[in-house]
Ligand binder design. Structure first.
Ligand code: F6P
Length: 328
């Protein structure tokens, strides 16, 4: 497509781990498209639904009363089949047969990789919108859902701090992030945690024990240590056991898990989701066919899709030093 090709119909899907605020993006895409005379198809269950030709035309009321709802009304899936070229060919054919001129993909880095391949190999116009609680895509400082997940985790940690302080206890509180430490770092800073264990960092038990004992000497009875789940959800239980064995320090563990993925989106996720959805349609109407809608320098911007091809928690990692400095 070039700047002169009028865009007449688009499809939208949500892919990978769902995140609060995806509904705000869907609502914004649908309403902006319809307002500009563009048909919108909602694809169910991400790339899996696309391969099954499972989609319906949406109208303004299909997205009524969803701005405040977590999850995604289109549902989501992880679809390893989309890594195979012959399936991407099939997807391109399905879109062409339906006369759909562009695909809007909301998801994380894996979803972006699929979108980039579909665009580069098959020439399907694609717009990507970063949506994952992990805030870990290159090229953007922000992904939809991160703020809500962090807020959910902060509320939980504050509650645990009350009981930890009342009984002089050390708590390991595990937050999501298989390969990302974004939630852990932000939650650690915002809750005044005594320590943050990153997803890709070897656990230094001597350092943890020293910090806890130093705190006790200064009259601190309790400690909160935020753990990024890393490649083993529930690893905090192992960490607590090893700390007991090596240093005779007892602790409690709380794994927050999928509670962080749900819930009503915060104002940030609603606002940015609404801006991003609108810009996705505008970007297509301007004739751009391989873009991502990102946040940079505190502004929503349309940039080349290829900027967002990697997993990277660069935006929050920049604050690693501050987390360490404040956690003495
Ligand atoms: O969406 C990202 C994420 O929430 C990661 O933080 C987490 O490791 C993973 O998804 C869990 O995925 P699933 O729900 O498929 O187990």
């Amino acid at each position: 497509m070039n700047a002169k090709t009028k865009i007449t119909s688009v499809a939208i899907l949500t892919s990978g781990g769902d995140s609060p605020g995806m509904n705000c993006v869907i609502r914004s895409v649908v309403r902006t498209a319809i307002g500009n005379g563009i048909k919108v198809y909602g694809i169910n269950k991400g790339y899996e639904g696309l391969l099954n030709n499972d989609m319906i035309e949406m109208n303004a009321s299909s997205v009524g009363n969803i701005i405040q709802r977590g999850g995604t009304i289109l549902q989501s899936s992880r679809c390893p089949e989309f890594r195979e070229k012959h399936n991407r060919e099939k997807a391109a054919q399905i879109l062409e047969d339906r006369g759909i001129k562009a695909l809007i993909v909301i998801g994380g880095d894996g979803s972006f990789k699929g979108a980039i391949a579909l665009n580069q190999e098959m020439g399907v116009p694609v717009i990507g919108i970063p949506g994952t609680i992990d805030n870990d895509i290159s090229g953007t400082q922000y992904t939809i859902g991160f703020d809500t997940a962090v807020q959910t985790a902060i509320e939980a940690v504050d509650k645990i701090r009350d009981t930890a302080a009342s009984s002089n206890r050390t708590f390991f509180i595990e937050v999501m992030g298989a390969k990302s430490s974004s939630i852990a770092l932000k939650v650690g800073i915002c809750t005044g945690a005594e320590n943050v264990l990153l997803s890709d960092q070897k656990v230094d038990y001597h350092k943890i024990a020293d910090a806890i004992r130093r705190g006790i000497r200064r009259g601190k009875g309790s400690s909160i240590i935020i753990v990024a789940e890393g490649d083993k959800p529930g690893r905090s239980y192992d960490i607590a056991h090893i700390l007991k064995d090596l240093h005779d320090i007892s602790s409690k563990v709380c794994v927050l898990g999928h509670i962080q993925r749900g819930g009503s989106p915060t104002s940030n996720d609603r606002f940015l989701g609404s801006m991003m959805g609108q810009m996705a349609i505008e970007t297509l109407m301007e004739g751009n066919t391989q873009n991502a809608i990102v946040v940079r320098d505190d502004r929503v911007q349309s940039v080349p899709l290829s900027d967002c091809s990697e997993k990277s928690d660069h935006a929050m990692k920049a604050f690693k030093g501050i987390a360490e400095e404040l956690s003495i």
